[in-house]
Design a protein around this ligand. Sequence first.
Ligand code: AMP
Length: 284
Amino acid sequence: MSIPFSPTERPLLHIERASDLMSIVTRWKAQDLRVGFVPTMGALHDGHLSLVQRARAQSDRVIVSIFVNPAQFAPHEDFDSYPRLIDKDLKMLQAEGVDLAYTPLAAEIYPNGPTITTKVGAAAAGLESDFRPHFFDGVTTVVHTLFQQTQPDIAVFGEKDFQQLMVIREMVARENMPIEIIGAPIMRDENGLALSSRNAYLSAEERGQADMLNQIIYNAAYRIAEMTDPATLDTILEDARQAITICGFDKVDYVSLRWNRVLAAAWLGKTRLIDNCAVINNPQ
Ligand code: AMP
């Protein structure tokens, strides 16, 4: 099936079966076309589209997958309620000049049910894994399978999920996959809130509170860049945790420094938000 398109553009191919996908990709490869890939869980926003633009700039054909991956949700998490807006998503991908939308049926990814087939490495330790122990095994499993099916030359991931980006880089290196992993910057709304499909869960009041998260981690990153005594680090991170709570968040999972970034995860009601920012040291 393909979506209506203007005569000057290629149509967006919409594929649900891995075998169909693989025969198209094989044809592209035979024509020496460079394939770019952006995996997503749909409910697309400008953050996703920025990854698509990055992929387009560096490849001849762009594949976007939309798959809400059961293996990365724990039973108590939001798999059932995760927003699914496939028609709107396909229109956005068509408008963005994407060549192929891959929306696999679960059986195409997990012929034997959602089992973990690709394990994580050291980058997965701590942070998200302390609170979502199942998560990265589910991510590496689905991304590994999607990489095998799409055979991309490059794949673009958002720095929004910074630990995930590190986990994927590690997996690709370990498995010797011939894929260049590109990290793309975080897209934010006018108040600095990192765009996320889960922002749709926020009430109007929570949205106002959510805006504070990025300001607090930027402030912490600034203080870390300026600090002269490394012993102050714990105080700075603890100040940030307290500030997040004071702003109305119900629970702070973590505020930590790793990869020269301040990374945070916190809950507003039923919504879990994550964000991070770089520590930029003054060159003097
Ligand atoms: P998701 O659909 O949430 O699994 O995200 C798919 C990809 O989009 C991941 O590589 C995310 O890191 C990336 N992404 C999500 N939100 C943003 C954002 N605000 N800015 C940049 N990339 C993002």
